[in-house]
Unconditional design. Structure first.
Lengths: 154, 589
């Protein structure tokens, strides 16, 4: 499971505007609805349901909201770089400015977990995050995100 | 007179040399105790110093008193919490483990090295105990935090097994020297008397100490002296009355260290210093006593014995003793490896020599070499091994500048002062809880009383109970970095303990059966671990692991989800195992 299997250049938002966690999730749900053809409301509800278990703000300005939807044909990712950091109830209580949304079909099971782990591992890399923060074009962000680990190490 | 001054100068010089070389050794990660021992060797009759110490009884006296001090101090620093956490496995290791190690090690000594049974047994017994002093040094001074349960087990084991091994050795010497009627019953009675006496007098002595410190009015500087005097008195009295003095000293320390003591801070500081001195004194003296010129002759048997101890006797004993307890394979492996031998082994090796057991001279020399090997091999590898096995817990909070001040007459509170760290939660605008309000603060030369607003760099003074200290550290110290190591130990995401398993299953599509779906995550952890739950404990839930991220006063605050728990830092071990299995041609699994 690689990042390139999850996102397309269209699913990268270089300058998302939001002032709160709720607004950010709403905006992301709207964009995800455009991509997947599902209802905006259904996506938003699933994300909110997951946030109730515990925040997906994993610290260092990163959030990885995620959820499962029954009539999704495949895994969908959506990456957003926020114009201004927002509060996200993160575990380190720091504001969030990079969000990776991951939606999975009901039947995905292990693939869902693998994809989430892949995203989590990518965004734990501080140098990757620095580069993402310093890039403001969708193409540039997409290239950074889908760069294979091997070529990054080189 | 000149001779006396010379002796004093030599003692002081050796102490100073030990202290200064330790600075260098610490940088190099070398085990300090090994260094002290080597300084003794160097100064000794076959070394550069040429000091001839043939007076074994005096050396034994110095080392015994020093060991009593060290054991008292290690009891003093062992919290009852770690005792409760690890009592059962640790005491099994300290009793059955010692006997097993001694028994197993006697076999190669007899059959491979050809010693007769009494000498083999005396040798293996002297080498059967894990050295508390050496171990505490590694675990504490090394500046690493090993997972709680593993550390507690090792600490309690090493503190409790010295007396057990000492009892065993003294009893054996008695048997060999023909003081007993050779009957097993007499041996058992003697052992029981030693242990019973040690426990009884240790507890009484500890309580007496608490009474004296809290009730008797003395010059402030005398309290540490009184405590140390009582500790040594407890040791000697117990020995005179037929109990185990070492056990008594350790238990007295345990009782006193866990009681609410007036001026506990200055006691601790004094004991830290005295314990260092005792360590240096004991190891240097024992080093002086050895004769390196004899080493080549016994190098091979010693190396064989050391290998048998490190790779067979200790691991077998540990795996047997820990079988009924819940430890991971890596934790067992670590505990087996960290069976450092130290001063106690040397001291016990002197017992048969002093007891006039025939053929026992060689016991001390061989023990000495085995201890050297153990300190070098195991001591040097503990830290990298702990890191490799993933047993090091990241520090809970970043750097804290904290100074504790004792308040006369107040046993349960102390004055604490912090320098507010610029990257602390408070400096980042987190609200200041009522109980954490400083009495006064010191900022750029001015003093403010009951201040409300704090800023980075302020030196603040407040009254706190010891249980509040970790919370204060979190408020005023540098915030921890949620880095990659954190994620691997505590999971990718955090959830609350009140989330239900059902909700988790639905969110992640976990393949777990309906019947398991009752209760919240917190309740399931409780059910699995009962009261010995601690941070870092895991539950396997199908493909994911749940990990306790944070706790406060026994309650779970946060639980982590590890999405890829199989990706542990032990990839090398798995590879090695696979290669081993392939090489031997065993079926997988």
């Amino acid at each position: 499971m690689e990042i390139v299997d999850l996102i397309s250049p269209e699913s990268v938002v270089p300058n998302l505007r939001a002032t709160s966690k709720k607004q950010a999730l709403q905006e992301l749900a709207r964009r995800a609805a455009e991509l997947t053809g599902l209802h905006e409301r259904a996506i938003f509800d699933v994300l909110l349901e997951r946030e109730r278990l515990g925040t997906t703000g994993v610290g260092n300005g990163i959030a990885i909201p995620h959820g499962k939807l029954s009539n999704l044909p495949r895994l969908y990712g959506l990456f957003a770089r926020l114009e201004k950091p927002i509060g996200f109830d993160s575990i380190d209580e720091q504001p969030v400015d990079l969000i990776f949304l991951l939606l999975a079909p009901e039947s995905a099971g292990a693939d869902h977990l693998k994809a989430l782990a892949r995203v989590s591992r990518l965004l734990r890399d501080k140098t990757v995050c620095e580069k993402l923060r310093g890039t403001d074009s969708a193409e540039g962000l997409y290239a950074l995100l889908t760069e294979s680990p091997a070529s990054r190490a080189a | 007179m000149a001779e006396i001054d010379l002796i004093i100068l030599v003692c002081a010089g050796l102490t100073l040399a030990s202290v200064f070389t330790s600075v260098v050794a610490f940088r190099a990660g070398a085990p300090l105790l090994l260094l002290f021992l080597c300084i003794g060797l160097l100064a000794g009759r076959d070394g550069l110093g040429g000091i001839v110490l043939t007076d074994r009884p005096s050396a034994f006296l110095i080392a015994s008193a020093a060991l009593a001090v060290i054991l008292f101090d290690s009891g003093f620093h062992t919290s009852l919490k770690s005792y409760r956490q690890a009592a059962a496995p640790a005491i099994t290791l300290a009793t059955l483990g010692v006997v097993l190690t001694a028994g197993l090690l006697a076999l190669p000594a007899h059959f491979l090295l050809g010693f007769d049974w009494p000498v083999s047994l005396l040798l293996s017994t002297s080498l059967s105990s894990t050295d508390a002093a050496a171990l505490f040094f590694l675990l504490r001074v090394g500046g690493i935090t090993i997972r709680d349960r593993v550390r507690s087990t090792l600490e309690v084991e090493s503190g409790t097994n010295d007396p057990v091994a000492a009892c065993l050795a003294l009893t054996l010497v008695g048997v060999v020297a023909g003081q007993h009627g050779q009957g097993l019953a007499a041996v058992a009675v003697d052992l029981a008397r030693q242990m019973g006496g040690g426990v009884l007098f240790g507890l009484i002595g500890g309580m007496a100490m608490v009474l004296v410190v809290n009730r008797v009015k003395l010059e402030a500087g005398l309290y540490p002296v009184v405590v140390m005097g009582l500790a040594i008195a407890v040791y000697a009295m117990t020995n005179l009355l037929g109990g185990s003095g070492f056990l008594a000293a350790y238990l007295a320390g345990l009782v006193a260290g866990n009681a609410r003591l007036q001026s506990a801070g200055s006691l601790r500081r004094f004991q830290d210093g005295i314990t260092w001195l005792a360590q240096i004194g004991m190891f240097v003296t024992l080093g002086l006593l050895a004769r390196p010129s004899q080493f080549p002759a016994i190098a091979l048997p010693s190396a064989l014995l050391a290998a048998a101890l490190i790779f067979l006797a200790r691991p077998i004993a540990v795996f047997c003793c820990l079988a009924p307890f819940r430890f991971g394979t890596r934790e067992r492996f670590f505990i087996a490896w960290v069976g450092l031998r130290g001063a106690v082994s040397l001291l016990l090796a002197l017992v048969p020599v002093l007891g006039g057991v025939p053929g026992s001279d060689v016991i001390f020399e061989i023990s000495f070499l085995v201890v050297l090997v153990s300190l070098a091999v195991q001591g040097w590898t503990v830290r990298p091994l702990a890191r490799w096995l993933g047993l090091i817990v990241p520090e809970k909070t970043g750097l804290v500048e904290r100074v504790e001040v004792d308040l006369p007459g107040l046993a349960d509170r102390e004055m604490v002062t912090y320098q507010l760290h610029p990257e602390s939660a408070i400096a980042h605008g987190r609200p200041l809880p009522r109980w954490a309000r400083p009495l006064l603060l010191h900022r750029e030369g001015t003093v403010q009383y009951s201040p409300r607003r704090l800023q980075a760099g302020d030196r603040i003074y407040l009254l706190a109970t010891p249980s509040q200290l970790p919370l204060l550290d979190k408020l005023f110290g540098k915030m921890k970095d949620e880095g990659a190591t954190e994620a691997s130990l505590y999971g990718d995401f955090a959830i609350g303990p009140d989330a239900t398993l059902k909700a988790l299953r639905e969110s992640y599509g976990l393949p777990i059966g309906e019947e398991e779906e009752t209760g919240t995550i917190g309740e399931i952890f409780r059910r699995e671990y009962h009261s010995d739950l601690e941070i870092g404990d895991r539950l396997h839930l199908g493909p994911i692991d749940l990990i306790v991220r944070d706790m406060q006063e026994g309650r779970i605050l946060s639980v982590g989800i590890a999405l890829e728990p199989e990706e542990k830092p032990l990839a090398g071990w798995e590879k090695f195992k696979a290669r081993l299995i392939a090489a031997i041609g065993l079926p997988e699994g």
